[in-house]
Design a protein around this ligand. Structure first.
Ligand code: NDP
Length: 258
């Protein structure tokens, strides 16, 4: 078992540093082009998949892999409450994202095969990385941890999740049945920024990283910011070009700042 755990640790470390590296690659690439799904969906990126099906299949590995690790593991850390709570946070997020989000989706552009496959592989590796680390290595000790940043991180995670879910709810209700066009979203965090769904998502994984304090969770937070931060800026520019009456004071991603 010790040998397997050792190999496991090397894979987790390898994945963590790769995720950081990929985050910076994605950040650079997204300065030159947009991720080809949603409003930027275009030809040349493979056959198109119905969006609800695409979201369900691409996100589900991040829910199933942790569950699989959970039921098969004999690793000691998962007996401890702080580890259980962190794993529950991850599972709640990906239950929402792979079951509820596609189920509630009313419309959306089809997803091309290549971004779909990239998202699928990402969710597979990241599900293994985050759950593997929490179950096997993140050490908060038995009982409740006295680490304040753990609790602050958990609060930030749920605040981010609430902002993300509310923002996606607003977008979903902009279109009447059969409509495919875009409208200006209003209300909640939309009064301050163009993309509170991405802002909420970044807060979520930053909180998760603060609570975890592990290289695995920090690498995920960095990757998320590098991936959807530029998308928020692209959406913001796109809105400003499309709508003359787009609110002038609204920022892209961070209220009053960016
Ligand atoms: P978008 O904001 O681009 O689109 C979300 C949905 O709302 C789509 O169905 C879109 O339709 C629709 N929509 C968006 N803007 C408008 C508008 N102005 N008027 C009418 N409908 C609109 O988000 P993403 O699809 O990129 O992301 C969806 C969720 O997944 C978010 O919560 C995001 O945080 C999360 N995500 C997380 C990532 C991570 O790295 N952790 C990576 C990517 C996404 P259409 O398809 O027609 O554009």
């Amino acid at each position: 078992i010790e040998k397997i755990l050792h190999v496991d640790y090397e894979i987790l470390t390898f994945l963590s540093y790769n995720l950081i590296l990929w985050g910076f690659v994605v950040l650079i690439v997204l300065q030159l082009t947009s991720a080809p799904y949603g409003r930027y969906s275009r030809d040349g990126w493979g056959t198109k998949i119905e969006p609800r099906l695409a979201w369900f299949i691409q996100e589900i590995p991040a829910f199933l892999v942790p569950l699989l690790l959970l039921v098969t593991t004999k690793a000691p850390m998962i007996k401890y409450l702080p580890n259980k709570i962190l794993l529950a946070c991850f599972l709640i997020h990906y239950f929402q994202r792979s079951f509820i989000f596609p189920y509630l989706m009313k419309s959306g552009r089809p997803t091309p095969l290549i971004p779909f496959l990239l998202a699928f592989v990402f969710c597979l590796c990241n599900g293994y990385l985050q759950a593997g680390y929490i179950i096997t290595y993140a050490d908060f000790g038995a009982g409740l941890t006295s680490n304040v940043s753990y609790y602050l991180g958990i609060i930030l995670f749920f605040v981010g999740m609430a902002i993300n879910i509310h923002a996606d709810h607003v977008l979903r209700n902009l279109r009447k049945p059969g409509e495919k066009g875009y409208k200006i979203p209003h209300g909640g965090m939309y009064n301050f920024i163009s993309c509170p769904n991405f802002f909420g998502e970044i807060l979520e994984w930053s909180g998760f990283a603060i609570a975890n304090g592990t290289v695995a969770a920090i690498s995920f937070a960095i990757f998320t910011a590098c991936n959807i931060g530029p998308r928020a800026c692209q959406h913001h520019k796109w809105y400003q070009q499309k709508f003359e009456d787009y609110p002038k004071k609204r920022k892209a991603l961070i209220p009053f700042v960016l």
